[in-house]
Design a protein around this ligand. Structure first.
Ligand SMILES: NC(=O)c1ccc[n+]([C@@H]2O[C@H](COP(=O)([O-])OP(=O)(O)OC[C@H]3O[C@@H](n4cnc5c(N)ncnc54)[C@H](OP(=O)(O)O)[C@@H]3O)[C@@H](O)[C@H]2O)c1
Length: 340
């Protein structure tokens, strides 16, 4: 006997990847429902060799369903996730709505799988921000060995992190620049994204940082250790899929770069590609469709005591969202619901 699973936001970038990953990983699904907004009612979506018809989230009854993987924005999540949870369906949410709620576990299964057990306070589990997910997969094994004091991270985030509209804007703007028959002004992004980089993701906070940067700080503390100091600069780049991060880490204890490389080679979810030669590192186009968090450019930072630099790349729609959500579903299934 398997699970009755609902995918909320099934017509979106993350929702479609969730369906691909459930199928790839042979998640024990007995029945599946795909939901989106009313305008997508009846839209056909593939799940393995099946074709499913999209239903309207607004009228769906969650009673009798085991889990709902939500990949819609915070607005519809706020309205419908509590209804699903109240109906007894465990919500695994990709929006930022519940991530900082002390009664909702924020889980990256390679890092804090045991936190899943706290799901029952609200019947909701939160998935972290895409940039946080890949960063904590790389940081946790290093923290276990040498205790991280401080992290300085700069991100290079792909446009798919901002949904379908972000992908379309990069595509249309790039074409329009080559073939200027029509202008594609910034809409989803605040400035031209084609052939440009934008140091601004999500809204500005009072201290001058952005909400995306704040999320990386707050989520790393909640997932790994509240004592770790994090400072982030988050940048949108004209890449379709795959987020990259240049991370500088300061440890309490000395950690040699060779030992760090060995630790990361053995760490769950990590894949080290680190040859000190042309092309001996991973770039975003190579990570697309993969599960791993790729780590390259591992090297000592000799400007501080106990410092290390690393380059971390992962598919933001997978480890940054859909894969992590499915891994949470697997962990919840194995540890709590025990079907399948
Ligand atoms: N992309 C990433 O890397 C990433 C990473 C982590 C977390 N997330 C989060 O995951 C969520 C989805 O992101 P995405 O990239 O998949 O966005 P997306 O491609 O724009 O898709 C949005 C999905 O939400 C649905 N939706 C929007 N408003 C709705 C409503 N009122 N009722 C029902 N369904 C509604 C859309 O359905 P229609 O097609 O019918 O409009 C679509 O299925 C967001 O909360 C995002 O912050 C994304």
């Amino acid at each position: 006997m398997g699970y009755k699973v609902v995918i909320v936001g099934a017509t979106g970038n993350v929702g479609r990847e969730m369906l691909n990953i459930l199928d790839e990983r042979k998640f024990p699904v007995d029945e599946i429902a795909v939901l989106a907004s009313r305008k997508s009612l009846g839209t056909e979506i593939s799940f393995g060799d099946k074709t499913l018809k999209t239903q309207d989230l607004a009228t769906f009854d969650f009673t009798g369903w085991d889990m709902a993987l939500f990949a819609v924005g915070s607005g519809p999540t706020k309205e419908f996730a509590p209804k699903a949870a109240k109906a007894g369906c465990v919500v695994i949410d990709n929006s930022s709505l519940y991530r900082y709620d002390p009664d909702v576990p924020l889980v990256v299964p390679e890092v804090n799988p045991e936190a899943v057990l706290g799901y029952d306070k609200k019947n909701i589990i939160a998935n972290p921000n895409c940039s946080t997910a890949q960063m904590v997969v790389a940081l946790k094994p290093l923290h276990d060995r040498a205790r991280i004091k401080r992290v300085v991270v700069s991100t290079y985030q792909s446009v798919s992190g901002s949904g379908k509209e972000g992908l379309d804007e990069l595509w249309d703007q790039t074409k329009a620049i080559y073939n200027p028959t029509s202008e594609v002004p910034p809409n989803k992004f605040t400035k031209q994204i084609a052939f440009n980089v934008i140091p601004h993701i999500d809204v500005f906070m009072e201290d001058g940082s952005t909400k995306e940067e704040w999320k990386m700080v707050a989520e790393t503390k909640k997932i790994i250790d509240s004592k770790i100091k994090v400072t982030a600069t988050c940048v949108r780049v004209p890449v379709f899929v795959g987020h990259s991060e240049a991370i500088n880490i300061e440890f309490e204890d000395h950690l040699d770069e060779d030992e760090a490389r060995d630790i990361l080679r053995e760490a769950p979810g990590c894949m080290v590609i680190d040859k000190r030669e042309d092309g001996g590192y991973v770039t975003p186009v190579e990570c697309v469709g993969d599960y791993a968090t790729f780590i390259s450019r591992i090297r000592q930072d000799s400007t501080i005591d106990n410092g290390l630099n690393i380059w971390v790349v992962s598919d933001n729609l997978r480890k940054g969202a859909a894969l992590n959500a499915v891994q949470i579903a697997e962990t919840l299934g194995k540890r709590v619901l025990k079907k399948g």
